[in-house]
Structures are given as C-alpha cells and as structure tokens.
Design a protein around this ligand. Sequence first.
Ligand SMILES: NC(=O)c1ccc[n+]([C@@H]2O[C@H](COP(=O)([O-])OP(=O)(O)OC[C@H]3O[C@@H](n4cnc5c(N)ncnc54)[C@H](OP(=O)(O)O)[C@@H]3O)[C@@H](O)[C@H]2O)c1
Length: 307
Amino acid sequence: MNEFAQESSIQKVALVTGATGFVGSHLVKRLVQDGWKTHIVCRTDSQLPTSSEFTEIAKHIYDGSTDSMIKCVAEAKPDIVFHLASLFLSQHETKDVNDLIQSNVLFGNQLLDAMRVNNVSKLINTGTSWQHYNNEDYNPVCLYAATKQAFETLLEYYVQACNFKAITLKLFDTYGPDDPRPKIFNLLNKAAITGQPLDMSAGEQLIDLVHIDDVVEAFSICAQRLLENEVRQKEIYAVSSGHALPLKELVDIYVKVTGQRLNINWGSRAYRYREVMNTWNNGKIPPKWKKKINLNNGLTKLVNLKK
Ligand SMILES: NC(=O)c1ccc[n+]([C@@H]2O[C@H](COP(=O)([O-])OP(=O)(O)OC[C@H]3O[C@@H](n4cnc5c(N)ncnc54)[C@H](OP(=O)(O)O)[C@@H]3O)[C@@H](O)[C@H]2O)c1
C-alpha cells in the first residue's frame, strides 16, 4: 500500500476507463496494489487482463448510452476518475470518423456529465504529445490528436462551470511488459525472431519513450495532488522522459541490450504524412515526478522477463 492509502483510514475509490488497454491495465494493477478500491468502466465485449489484480476490481458496463455511464459512476462513487479510454489511429479514413468521435469525444463527455450529476469532480484525463505537432501550443498531428484536444475543450466547461478539478497527463511513447500493440520493440522482436528483413524509414525521427512504471507513477502522484486538494482548477503535464532519441539510436540500444541480430532496410519506407520528427518539449512535467527507469534498464528488464 502506498503512503497515502496507509495514512488514510478510509479506502480511496478509483474509477478507471480504458482499463483493458496497455496503460490502463498497468494503472489498475498499481491502484489495486496501492490499496484503492478500483472500479472500471468497460464494454460487454472488453477482454479483461488475467492478472490477479483484475479479480479484485468491480466492473461496470457501458452500453453506449449516457444512462449506462451515469449508472457506472453512481455505483462506483469514486474519489477520482482516471480517464484513459481512447481509440488511437495514427491516420484516419472517412469511415473512422464516427468511431473516433464516439470513443474520444462522446464517451468522454458522457463520463463528464455522469460525474456532474453524481457530484464527482476529480478527474485525471489522458492526452497526447501529438496535440503539439512542430512544438506548437496546438497543432494536432492527426484527427485522433484533434479529438483529444476537443475533449479538453469540453472538459474546460466542467472546470469553469461545475467546479471540476482536473489534471491532463499528456503521454509520449510508452513501453513495458504485456504490451500487445505493434510498437517499436514488438516489431523489432518479431523481426529478430523470424529473421525477416524490416523495412523502415530513414530513422531520423525523435522518439520520447517512457517506461510504463514511470507513466503509472505519474498517474499516482497526480491522484495524490487531487486528493490533497492541491489542484485549483486544471493542470496539464507532459509525461516526458526528457531525452528523446532518433529511431536509429533506439534500434542500436535494442541490439546492444538484447544481443539480437536485425536486418533493417533503413530508408526503404517514406516517412509518414506529418511524421513527428521532433517531439514536443515545451510541456511541464508533473510536480514531484521524475523518470526513474532509463531506456537501457527498462529494456533489460523487459528482455529478462521474456527469458
Ligand atoms: N500508449 C501510449 O504510448 C500513449 C501515448 C499518448 C497518449 N496515450 C493515451 O493514453 C491512453 C491509454 O492508451 P493505451 O495505449 O493504453 O490505449 P489502448 O491500449 O489502445 O487501449 C484503449 C482502451 O480504451 C478503451 N476504449 C476504446 N474505445 C472505447 C469506447 N468507444 N468505449 C469504451 N472504451 C473504449 C478500450 O476498451 P476495450 O477493451 O473495450 O476495447 C481500451 O481499454 C489513451 O487515452 C491514449 O490516447 C497513450
């Protein structure tokens, strides 16, 4: 149990959306380990992780309606809502517009209103560094990033008019165990195992990778800020490693740490449209948070887990 849960005689209650996702599932594990009574909002067909922590949580079904969301919040009566549910698409097609708006805007607004009618006012929201293409205050890399910004705009109403206290954590790239996403280390692993050549861009784009344990620590620290009433209205933080590396260097580190051989065709693929060549570096990191796991150590941990 963490310091706060130990100090407090009353068990704190969390409601987590996106709990079945990569970040959400690690956050749920941490909350349960820290002694929080943890509730999740999921869909009827959501696949719950099999880890033991998930046997201790309370599950609430969202069926797409605002009424079901109101019921989720009413049943959980959370001290803090952790909002992570999102549909991520690096590029969209016209057919994706409905799903992006449903998942990243409507779902979130239903959640905010369900909080309002249930007198729940403390929220940790999850944004993305991709809201800041070219290091600008707002320039979305893609429609997904624009929907994240749209949600923040809607949240502003609840902050101004309904006395919500909210922290938005803007995440960069994340890595760690139990990651089903086709992200860089999974792609490299697959290429190493199969021996197949991997076609890649020229590899000059910067990537800011943060270990999942550090990401979850940022959520935990910010939850404490909200519980201790340190947030006046809203705060926005960047969960950045502070040390973005070119993709090519990341691959070199991977090769050094794993000892795997890779056959990469650098430059055989074009950079994608609006590729993020330089990562956002104007954000403020969360107070009292510091990256603890550097890439070498994080990768070594990951490789050892797989042995
Ligand atoms: N991971 C990163 O590197 C990264 C970087 C920047 C920002 N973020 C943000 O961090 C958060 C977590 O990311 P992640 O990588 O953990 O996501 P993820 O693995 O893709 O998981 C997405 C989660 O959202 C839920 N979800 C999606 N659409 C939904 C809908 N319409 N209704 C209800 N639930 C829905 C999914 O539930 P089901 O199980 O029901 O599908 C799942 O639990 C997201 O807000 C994302 O935008 C992540």
